[in-house]
Design a protein around this ligand. Sequence first.
Ligand code: ADE
Ligand code: ZN
Length: 343
Amino acid sequence: MTERLEPLIEHLPKAELHLHIEGTLEPEMMLALAKRNNVSLPYDTVEEIHAAYRFEGLQDFLDLYYAGMSVLVEARDFHDLTRAYLDKMAGQGVRHVEIFFDPQAHTDRGVAFETVLEGITGALEEGERELGITSKLIMCFLRHLPEEQAFEALECACRHKEHIHGVGLDSGEAGNPPEKFSRVYAAARDEGFVPVAHAGEEGPAEYVRTALDDLKVARVDHGNHALDDPALTARLAREQTPLTMCPLSNLRLKGIDRLEDHPVKRAMEAGLLVTVNSDDPSYFGGYINDNYTAVADAVGLSAGDVVTLAKNSFAASFLPDADKQAHIDAVDAHAERFAGDAD
Ligand code: ADE
Ligand code: ZN
């Protein structure tokens, strides 16, 4: 199966809609930036870092994720990080990215919001100019922190509306339900930011429902546990609210025991607008094409299913309708060429 689909997936046009830019920090870059910025890390080698990446759950991962990003200090660090990700994506058929960043994880340790934004947006502009990859930036609120601090982040975002398209919600889900941020999201929507939120990754189906009803999200990040609730599943299908699923993340964070148990195929069969993404690829062992290939193999997706996932990635994006259609046409053209070559 993998052998058959890998060549189709390799250059299939696609969008990535669930990607934390800080989660692309590769061990090599972590060590290099630690040296450049004089930051001390609990690791000396790439092997030690890899050995530490065995997670028992989301919180276990988050502890290392926040510690790792302490090496990101100057605008050029955020630039180099973002540029390295885009360079990789240019070789994986990725035409458009909608990426998350976690400003509170940086401002909390004294790095200015503007420093973070300058580095990321500079690289995103280069990515469009030099690699032809378009992008939108989504600022996440850290849900384990108080509402008041989310309001402070929103205030910063309001000064940079030209660079920030949406707001999201990430970090530890258990005990931090979406409704904790109802008022921040209402304010963010009033300011014109498009709302999305992580929900149903470790949390229950109820968190997906309150993300929809209280935060009024346009897209649900992960959403796996929505599938536990038939009425909610039917609603997501009816309303075509996209889910941005991340198979290797779910496996590495022990949301599932085996990739064969991943709900992506069940979600597609239930009529949901599902997409496949990488979440924090440096930490979870694979970028977007690894996620497509591994999950297709594990749950038995057909070539047609893979093409549908790629089309969904554009349909679920925040691109204008005409751009979505042009990308979807390119997916069809690629699939037809591929089928022709395979004959
Ligand atoms: N921050 C980075 N990756 C995350 C994930 N998978 N869930 C919640 N918060 C995150
Ligand atoms: Zn995520």
